[in-house]
Design a protein around this ligand. Sequence first.
Ligand code: DON
Length: 590
Amino acid sequence: MHHRIQFRTAVSVVAIACLLAATRSAAAQDAPIDYKAEKPFTAQHTMVVTIHHDATDAGVSVLRAGGNAVDAAVAVGFALAVVHPAAGNLGGGGFMLLRSAKKGDAHFIDFREEAPGAATANMYLDANGKPIPNASTLGMKAMGVPGSVAGLVYAEKHYGRLTLAQVMAPAIRLAHDGFTLSADEAQELHNRKLAQFAASHRIFQRDGNYYNAGDVFRQPELAKTLAAIAADPESFYHGALAHTIAAFMQQNGGLITGQDLAHYTVKDRAPLTAEYRGHTIITAPPSSSGGIALIQTLQMLTGVNLAKMGDRTPEEMHWIIEAFRRAYMDRSDYDGDTDYVRFPLQQMLDSKYLAAFAASIDPARATPSAQLHRPAGFLPDPPKATPLPEESHNTTHFSVMDAEGNAVAVTYTLNSSYGSGVTVDGLGFLLNDEMDDFTTQIGAPNIYGLIQSPNNSIAPGKRPLSCMTPTIVLGTGRQRKKVALVLGSPGGSTIPTTVVNDLISVIDGGLNIQQSVDAPRFHHQYLPDTLQVESATPPQLVAALRKMDYKVVVSRSGWGDSECIAVNPKTGWLEAGQDSRHHYGKADGY
Ligand code: DON
């Protein structure tokens, strides 16, 4: 076997309302992994790593047919919309970070959803100012204007080498012919949200005659929609498909109009960049908060010798956690869509400011969030009125590299698992609930307990603040112009800290990429003032952290799903980090 693939048959009970378990189903809680013994799957020239084996196969087949990393990533993006309906999507949005080996230029393709034209700041509050239960997470009012089709089509047209029809062929085949469900996948489809909407219940749950392990799941309506996009990509925003979507919205009380769809544009942005231990970090700019948090965290740690402390020692974790706390404080006070609001992005990334903020870290003790103050004289006062939320329970990340060294990192999402739960009747795809990523009510925490600023309040056309953090890291010394790591994960508010965990474990901790993605994660987001650790964290580590005054919450399972690539600096071979928390993923290449 030249790839790493696992199918485990444990029957899962999908954790529906678990606040912290971002993506990992109960099925993933079988025997803890001895991550320290793991070796990555390696390949000499190309690599595709995704949460689903059929999507990985789609990507590799496109590479073998002469496609580049973008062609393969677009093929994977469309394939995941078929085989991983909880997060893979046509009706959601996301980000693609790509770097071309030849020119060395990087692009951040922002295909995040936008608030519809009829959206208003208080649309999820009743007449008394109270939140309307589930309005931003379930059903016809929860969705932003989808960006995924625009984003994938844009990427293919501008950076791909093959035709859209070629890269969409595997997805169309998977939808038309079907694919075989594993036990975990069949169980995941027992989703309560899906049961509430007729087309979703019919397609994903056979009207109550639920799918079982081993069943072939065919999606003929989705196959037709994909074929229509392949034949005429404009149709989704300006043609027949747009018309069907808008009519469906109107008939069912949704807000998205034909005009909203026609207005949607992809933003090809410059990524954020920073240096860390001689590596160039290339990562997500707004409308994500993830790259800011990643860079701030790393910058605050530049003066700390993490390598000497050792990976996941209490001392090393303490420094990283305190940097997380400070980065998330800034997130909660300032971040929003820079196309709509101004916030002091450059000052927030300034190394002098971050050194001053890091100087407030007590080397031996946790700083209570309530007593944390940012250093004076660097940032303007944050906008008044504090909190509110974002994200939910499903998103997916995948990484691709081709034989020329081009690298692509994509994180895209419906927000929660299966998004709003609503399938567009006749078109066979689910719509997102990304509107919940906005500050839907000042002062109320979202399902991740995140506190957000008025800078992230709802406005027509605005993009809700994301945590998604697709990231590419370059090498050092003679490798400094070459890709060293391709990183990313789902997990809502835990995404930036997961990327930091993976990155530091490789660069400072000396783990290989497979060990890093499987090592137990730790997360702090300023508020609530708790240190979250995965269930696999050794009890003596938890005890040591408690002694440093951390309020440690041991998660019932785990979170996130890192599907990453590392380039071995000595051999140039590609190494895969394929997250063992889920059981149907695969790394493959040649
Ligand atoms: O854009 C965001 O940050 C969220 N909508 C992502 C949600 C997520 O990762 C849920 N997955 N586990």
